[in-house]
Design a protein around this ligand. Structure first.
Ligand code: FMN
Length: 143
């Protein structure tokens, strides 16, 4: 883990991890539009995070200025491209976990969250957060 004092981000950041059910009819093109819009908007809003899509579910980690973040969450609740949005964890962090990603996208090909949770016998929010960070590490090695 990086030392908090070396992270270069003195202010606490808000974060949120949620799960939702993707609209069954969602196409690959529509998914690309979601990721592209998210990346563009998040850059302007100083938000970072990741979106994992697997077995018809979305898991999204968002972090940044709390007010901006909570405004986006309200928009997300109204977005009919997904349903049953459930907040798994939220709070503040001393530093961002995804400082270099406006919205990193992953799916089962990058790593299976379901398989990973099953192996660990633990599907807690912190376990899901650990998985999301782990696949980032794998992708960084692949770059
Ligand atoms: C699963 C999912 C994740 C999304 N993630 C983001 C996001 O990280 N940032 C964002 O601005 N919009 C995201 N959106 C889109 C928003 O719900 C909303 O459509 C968009 O912010 C509206 O942008 P606009 O006001 O520029 O039209 C996401 C939508 C879905 C279905």
């Amino acid at each position: 883990m990086q030392d908090i004092k070396t992270a270069g981000e003195p202010d606490e950041v808000g974060f949120c991890l949620y799960r939702s059910v993707a609209m069954p009819s969602l196409t690959a093109d529509e998914l690309s539009v979601i990721v592209d819009t998210a990346s563009l908007n998040n850059r302007n809003m100083d938000l970072t995070g990741c979106l994992h899509h697997e077995d018809g579910l979305f898991f999204q980690w968002l972090e940044g200025p709390p007010i901006v973040l909570f405004r986006l969450l309200e928009k997300l609740r109204d977005d009919n491209r997904h349903l049953d949005m459930t907040i798994l964890d939220q709070g503040t962090l001393p530093r961002r976990l995804f400082p270099d990603w406006q919205m990193r996208y992953s799916d089962r090909k990058a790593g299976s969250l379901m398989d990973w949770l099953q192996r660990r016998h633990d599907s807690s929010a912190s376990s899901i957060g650990t998985f999301l960070r782990d696949i980032e590490i794998l992708e960084e090695h692949a770059r």
